[in-house]
Ligand binder design. Sequence first.
Ligand SMILES: Nc1ncnc2c1ncn2[C@@H]1O[C@H](COP(=O)(O)OP(=O)(O)OP(=O)(O)O)[C@@H](O)[C@H]1O
Ligand SMILES: [Mg+2]
Length: 235
Amino acid sequence: MEEEAAERGNLAGVRHILLVLSGKGGVGKSTISTELALALRHAGKKVGVLDVDLCGPSIPRMLKVQGKDVHQCDSGWVPVFVDQDKSISLMSIGFLLENSDDAVVWRGPKKNALIKQFICDVAWGELDFLIVDTPPGTSDEHISTVESLRPYKPFGAVLVTTPQECTNIFSKGGGEELAKHAGVPFLGCVPLDPHLAQSLEEGKDFIQEFPKSSAFPALASIAQQIVDRTSPQGS
Ligand SMILES: Nc1ncnc2c1ncn2[C@@H]1O[C@H](COP(=O)(O)OP(=O)(O)OP(=O)(O)O)[C@@H](O)[C@H]1O
Ligand SMILES: [Mg+2]
């Protein structure tokens, strides 16, 4: 047991790792990552968010912690805490870049090394969930992310899609059909909701502020299903 903890290094205290993926850009991955973190926090969980989008990190804005400094400690980088009781912590490339254009010129090996460091060198401490928000597509970053996470046995991935992304036969209820087709659980359908867009823009806690808004039940249910599936009786 102790040996296993040592091998897991900075991730030794992380109970469940979840990846958030999509085939295409702009479909709502960072939105889902952010809202899952908030919903899980409201369910009493400790959550870390790792923003691996090297070209367009958006989570710091969505959680209203942009421009924060990242400090080092003996075991690595200390993530940025989003709230006073430290129930959500975030590590994003956005914190390390003085100028967001810097990321664009980075090439494969440097990116891969950074992702590996990201995954191994953040001092997360004890977390119920680590949510990993990925960039669009299936790029080098994805391969590095999945390869670097593999030894830590992620619990699973949430695949985000929109009806427009699918072919005609899937054009309605696209995600549900796709899930059936792939034989994976369908977690839910999040409607377009102006309150959600506004919350993300202003870094507000949608889950706390807009419980009557249309996207709330779907997001709360997705978070609950994840809690159920990861709890001992659900697994
Ligand atoms: N359910 C929703 N209702 C309203 N607006 C939404 C919803 N989901 C996402 N958005 C908006 O859509 C935009 C894109 O979402 P988001 O940044 O989460 O996508 P992404 O998949 O992370 O993009 P990228 O691939 O560039 O990382 C955001 O401006 C967000 O505010
Ligand atoms: Mg994103």
